[in-house]
Design a protein around this ligand. Structure first.
Ligand code: GLU
Length: 476
């Protein structure tokens, strides 16, 4: 039997971390078993469903590389299918019209609560004959449709939790539709899962109490039962609830902030699952190969934003310089592309310290535009302007003598560190580094020389010497 799963978001809010994790686990399960992954939009709630939320969800999924293998289904377009199955339940006397008003139901609920009883529908309309109900409907009375819930124990084997059992007597007769063509969640899910031949339902733990209701409906309609797996809650780093900000921030915000899709997938996969050898940095291919619902934990899964940063850094390092360039090019100032070799050298260097893609612009700026800085910054502590001038001039000469093909990290390291050790590290390296970066803090001088290249390095050193000479002139 080929595996078929679905991800069924309700487009009633931004596409969050929890949504993305559910989508991913379904997709990984399908990919691992060479099955089919479907997306179904659960937009029966007309007031709360918004097209923009649906679009957000789909573009976030697309960013992660998760797409539906078959055309996307919208529940709002399937009214006639639901009507077909509601009628079946009426025909077998497993559904009935309920005329109770919301005020009546609320009063019943309050009365039960005050007596300490778990609230459920008392069954007032259970015995109204179908013909009588139809006459009342024709006269314009409002009604909902309820399912005659059988009173029994329903058990299922959860892929994560093992055997789970519920007593359906606790539920009472649930409302399954507002009218023939307006189903509520549990009923629509059962119909759709059946019609799209879903074999496994993987969703958040909050849905566990819905599962026995859905199984009861499947039994009533003569549908085969599907397999269920409920994913653990996602907790904040303090093992408490996720912060509101994390809960409601959309997946696309992470993209905006400069996270890689591969790092996001890695992080989401570890929210409740881990591979056999407990490795943490995994490519999507590796996760697909190793994914197994048996390795999904029951306990809450902790989301740690620092871990996401760390994973993102690791995934940036895994990329080739060329791929990283492709990703960066749309974001960088056009003039940075004029010197392609320099750009590639800077990417190679920055790749090792970038936590997020968008940090590149800030970190790499100094390689393309030398910042303004005061001459005094060139002075290593305790040294004079004169000493600094002669140190820079000496280094300049030294660099001029290094041939272009020796202008690489290891050769430069050997040569520059050679004179630095001879003349004093601070004396040589500090002014050189400031001359090359224009900053108090920056990458080291060897890295700067390598990334800038010989020509630009010499331009910057000459500029620093001019500054020092200017300062000396001003003083005399
Ligand atoms: N639409 C439901 C939700 O967004 C999911 C339903 C399901 O997976 O059965 O929570």
């Amino acid at each position: 039997m080929s595996i078929r799963v679905r991800f069924a978001p309700s487009p009633t809010g931004p596409f969050s971390l929890g949504n993305a994790r559910t989508a991913l686990f379904n997709w990984l399960f399908a990919r691992h078993h060479k099955g089919t992954f479907l997306i179904r939009i659960e937009d029966t709630d007309k007031e709360r469903s918004k097209k923009e939320y649906e679009e957000m969800a789909l573009s976030a999924l697309k960013w992660l590389g998760i797409e539906s293998d078959e055309p996307i289904i919208h529940q709002s377009e399937r009214g006639d299918r639901y009507a077909h199955y509601v009628k079946k339940l009426f025909d077998t006397n497993q559904a009935y019209y309920c005329f109770c008003t919301s005020e009546e139901l609320e009063a019943e609920y309050q009365a039960q609560m005050s007596q300490g009883i778990a609230p459920k529908y008392g069954g007032k309309c259970r015995h109204i004959k179908k013909e009588d109900a139809e006459t009342r409907l024709e006269k314009g009375e409002q009604a909902t449709i309820r399912f005659r819930m059988p009173e029994k124990r329903i058990a299922f084997t959860d892929m994560v939790r093992g055997k789970v059992e519920f007593d359906t007597a606790l539920f009472g007769d649930i409302i399954i539709a507002k009218s023939l063509t307006e189903p509520l969640y549990n009923f629509a899910v059962v119909v759709d899962d059946y019609e799209t031949q879903i074999t496994h339902v993987i969703r958040g733990e909050d849905h566990t109490p819905n599962t026995p209701k859905q199984i009861a409906l499947q039994e009533a309609l003569g549908f085969p039962q599907v397999h269920y797996g409920h994913l653990p809650f996602i907790l904040g780093a303090d093992r408490k609830k996720l912060s509101k900000r994390t809960l409601t921030s959309s997946m696309l915000d992470y993209k905006e902030q400069g996270y890689l899709a591969s790092a996001m997938i890695n992080m989401l996969a570890l929210l409740g699952w881990h591979p056999e050898k407990d490795r943490e940095v995994l490519t999507t291919e590796e996760i697909i190969n190793e994914f197994d619902m048996k390795r999904v934990q029951k306990a809450g899964a902790v989301f740690n934003p620092e871990k996401l940063d760390w994973l993102n850094m690791a995934h940036i390092k895994l990329m080739s310089d060329e791929t990283l360039k492709e990703l960066l090019v749309p974001h960088i100032p056009p003039e940075w592309k004029n010197d392609k070799d320099r750009l590639m050298r800077v990417i190679h260097l920055e790749k090792n310290r970038m936590r997020k893609i968008n940090e590149f612009i800030t970190n790499a700026k100094l390689f393309f535009e030398l910042p303004e800085y005061p001459a005094s910054l060139l002075l290593f502590k305790g040294t004079t302007t004169h000493d600094t001038e002669s140190s820079l001039k000496e280094t300049e000469q030294f660099i001029k003598n290094i041939s272009e093909n020796e202008f690489n990290e290891s050769a430069l390291n050997e040569k520059i560190m050679g004179i630095a050790n001879e003349r004093g590290r601070g004396m040589v390296l500090w002014p050189l580094r400031v001359a090359l970066s224009g900053k108090e803090m920056s990458p080291g001088p060897i890295e700067l020389l390598t990334a800038l290249g010989k020509k630009e390095s010499l331009v910057r050193i000459a500029h620093a010497i001019q500054k020092i000479e200017g300062a000396l002139r001003d003083r005399s």
